[in-house]
Design a protein around this ligand. Sequence first.
Ligand SMILES: Nc1nc2c(ncn2[C@@H]2O[C@H](COP(=O)(O)OP(=O)(O)OP(=O)(O)O)[C@@H](O)[C@H]2O)c(=O)[nH]1
Ligand SMILES: [Mg+2]
Length: 873
Amino acid sequence: MPQTSIGIFAHVDAGKTTLCEAILFTAGVIKKLGRVDHQDSWFDTFALERKRGITIFSKQATFSYSGLDFTILDTPGHVDFVSEAERIIPVLDFAVLVVSGPDGIQPHTETLWKLLEHYHIPVLLFVTKMDTGIAEAAELNVRIKALSDRCISFPADFRCDAVSSTLREEVAAQDPSLMDIYFRTGVLSDEQVRSAFYERRFFPVCYGSGLRLMGIESLLEAFCFFRSGHISPDLFAARVYKITHDPKGVRLTHLRILGGSVKTRDTVSYTAQDGRKLSEKITGIRAYNSNRFTQKDSAEASEIVTVSGLTMTYAGQGLGAAEDLLPLLEPVLRYEVIPSDGEDPKVLFQTILELQEEEPQLRLSWDSRKNRILAHLMGNIQTEILAGLIWEKYRHTVSFGDSQVLYKETIRSIAEGVGHFEPLRHYAEVHLLLEPGEPGSGLVFGSVCPTDRLASSWQNLILYHLQEKQHVGVLGGFPLTDIRITLTAGRVSLKHTEGGDIREASLRAVRQGLMRAENVLLEPYFRYTLIIPTSSVGRAVNDIQGMCGDFSIETLDDGSSRLTGRAPVSEMQNYAAEVASYTGGTGRLTCVSDGYSPCHNTEEVLASVTYDPAADLENPPHSVFCRHGAGFTVLWNEVESYMHLEPFLRPDTGGAKQEKHRSFNLDEKALEELMLREFGPIRRRQYGTASVVRAAENLQEPEEARNRYLIIDGYNLLFCLSENGKISSGDLDLSRTEMIQMLSNYSGYTGVRVLVVFDAYRSYSVDDKKYIDSGVDVIFTETGESADAYIERTANELGKNDQVKVVSSDNLVRMGVFRSGIQRISSQFFLQELDIVSKDIRTVLEAHASAHGQSLGEKLPKEVLEEWRRTQT
Ligand SMILES: Nc1nc2c(ncn2[C@@H]2O[C@H](COP(=O)(O)OP(=O)(O)OP(=O)(O)O)[C@@H](O)[C@H]2O)c(=O)[nH]1
Ligand SMILES: [Mg+2]
C-alpha cells in the first residue's frame, strides 16, 4: 500500500512539533504526549533543540490511521533553518502549513507558501492554538485569503467517507473547469476533489489545537481523504533529501523511493557531484521514527527510508530514473569561522569539512589569500547552532566574524554571445542569446537551434556544459543569475571537435555575451515587519529611508504601528538591536529573505573589489581562431568579424531578433578540407575531466534517424496558455481547439510528432478517446487513469527507441519517473519555445503573403514551408 508523505511547515514557535506529537498520540503511536516546554518532546530530541526549545533538524515518524500508512516530517520554523525545511519538500505528497491562531500569518509563512508554490506541492492549512482564541479572527481570515482566495474552511467534523455536497460545491466554485463538470454532471466525485487538491486548485483549512488535541481527528480524516494516489512504476527511482551521520559516524542517505524497490546488498550506480561514477552496495536500510530506527531488508516505492553504504550522495539528488532537484533558497551572508581555542584554521577547516555534507548550503571554503575559513549562513542563530555542533562533534570552540552580504549579477539587455575555439586540430563555435530573466528565476537554459543545423547530441553537450558551470558576472566576478541563455547556433566538425572544445566555446560565448550586455549588480533584500509604539514611527521611517528601504504603515487595534516593506540586507541586518534600544524593548523586527534586487550602492561595492573581466583567466571572454596552422586569440570585441556563423541578432537593429534562420558559411565537407589542409590528418587528444567523458558517453548518435515525439499534458498547457493570455476563448472546447491549431503548426514546422493528452474526467462531451486533429494526436485518457500516468507510461514506451520530450505540470516534472534520455520541461518553459516557433511561422506566412499577394490565415501548409526553406538555402 502506498505511503503518503506529509511535511509540516510554519514559522518558528507556531506549534508544528506539538501538532506532530498530537497526531502520533491520536494515531496511537505514542502513549504519552511529550511537551517541547518540558524538554521531553518525542520529536525535538537533540540537546541543542531541547536547550533552545526550537526544532533545528527535520525528523520523521510513520503511523497508520484507518488502515492507511503515513509518514509525517516535522521541520524547523526558524528562518535561519529554512534550507533544512526546503530539502524535504521534493519528497512530499502534500504539505500542512501550520498557522498559529494568535500570531496569524507571519512573513515566514508567506515565504513558505511561495516555496511550496514553487515546488507545486498541494497545501492543507491548519490553524492551531485555537484553545487560546484567535487575536483578530477577521484579520486572520483576510490574511489567509491573501495567500490564496482558493482557501476553503473544512468543517470541524470532516469525515473521509462522508464529504458533504456543500463542501463539494465549494470546491467546484474554485475553478472554472471544475464548475464546468459540476454543472454538466451535478456532482464532483471524491476522485475529482482529490485531483483538484493535488493540482493546487483549492487549499483546505482546518482548525484546532495541537496542545489540547482539538481538531486532530478531523485533520487525520483529511489526511486519509487526500492520501497519495500516485501509482509507482517498476523502474527504480529515488530522491535523496538529506545526508546525516549517526552517533557512530555511519553515513546515512535519507531518501524517498519513487519507483521500484531496494534491498540490502543491492548495488546502486550514480554520479557524484564532481562527475565521478560510482557503484556502491547498500549495506543497511533503516526506517526512522524520530531518533529511533528499525532495520529493514527492503523498502518499496513511496517509502521514506535511510540507507547506509552510499558515500557520495547529496541532498536533492535523483537516483535511478529520478532527476536531480536542487534547492531554491540560499544563504545571503558569508561569515569567517574563527577558531578561538588556538587551533590552526587550516587544520580546523579539514576537520569540519564533513559538516558540509549535511548542510550543503554552508559552502565551507578556504580563503588561501587571507588564510581563513569562510561559510555561507542564513543568520546569527545559525552561527550559534553551528558553533554548538562543532563543539559537540569535534570539541573545538569557534566564533564568527562580521557577516558580509553575498552579491550577484544579472543583465538588463539582450545580447548575443559568440565563442569560437579552434586551436590546433580542434574546432567549435557556439552562439548564445542572453536575455534578462524573471527575478528569482536563476539561470535557465534552452535551445532554438534547429536539429538539422546541429544534431541534438551536440546541442545536449553544449547545454550540459553551460549547466555544469557556476557562471560569474563581468562586473565584480559575482555569481550570475536570472538570465535565459538560449543556444541559437553552433558549428562542430565531426572529425575535430571534442567535448572540451564544445565546453570552451560555450563558456566563452557566455562571457562574450556578458561583455556586450548591460550588466547589473544585485544584492539580497529582506522583507520586514516592524511592530513599534506609534510614538517611534518617525524615528523608524527615518532609519528605513536611510537604509534605502521602502515601507507602508498601518495602525493596529492596540494602538501600536506596523511597518512593512523591503530593505537591503546589508543595511538592515543588525537593525533589530537598534529597534530594541529605541523602543525600550517593546519593538519587534521580523525579517525574511526576499530575493535579490539591484544594489543600492553599486559604485561603492564595485570600488571595493578589483575585477577585470577581460583578464580573468578562468573565465575568458575572448575566442581562439586559427590561421596558417596556428591558433591565435581574438579579443571579445573583435570576435564578430571572425566568426564562422551568421549572427542571430542583426547588428543594425540594436538587439532585435533576426527574423529568419541563417545559413552557414561553411558546410561540413568544406570545413573538413580546410582543416585537413591546415593541420594534416587528425591525431586525437583526450580531454581529461570525468564530467566531460560522462557527457560524451551519453550521446546517442545518430539522432536524426529516430522519430521525435513531444508528449503534452493538454490541460496543463491549456491553463498555462490562458494564464499567459495566449488563448482568447473562455470556453473550454473552443480553447482546446485553438491550442491544437497552435500545436499543429508547431508540429508541421519542427517535424516533431505531437501527442496531447487530456484527463478524460474533465470533459464528458467527447465520444472519441483518440483521434488525429490537423496532424496532432489527441488522446483522452480512460476514466481512472490520469494524464500524468498516461504520459509517464507512453513516454517510457516510446523512449525505448525514439527521442521523446515531455511537456507537463511541474508536479510530473518533479515526481515522474522516466527512463534516461527523456527530456522533461514544464508548460511554462515550453511556452517560450512555442512563442519562438510561432514567430518563425508568422515570418514564413508573411513572406508567402507578400510573394503571392494572398494571405493564408494562421495555418502553415507543408508545401509553403518547404518552398520557403528552399529559398533560404
Ligand atoms: N496554547 C497552546 N500552545 C501551543 C499549542 N501548540 C503549541 N503550543 C506552544 O507553542 C510553543 C511552540 O511550540 P512548538 O511545537 O515547539 O512550535 P514549533 O512550530 O515546532 O517551533 P519550531 O520548531 O521551533 O519552529 C510551545 O510553548 C508550545 O507549548 C496549542 O495548540 N495551544
Ligand atoms: Mg518544532
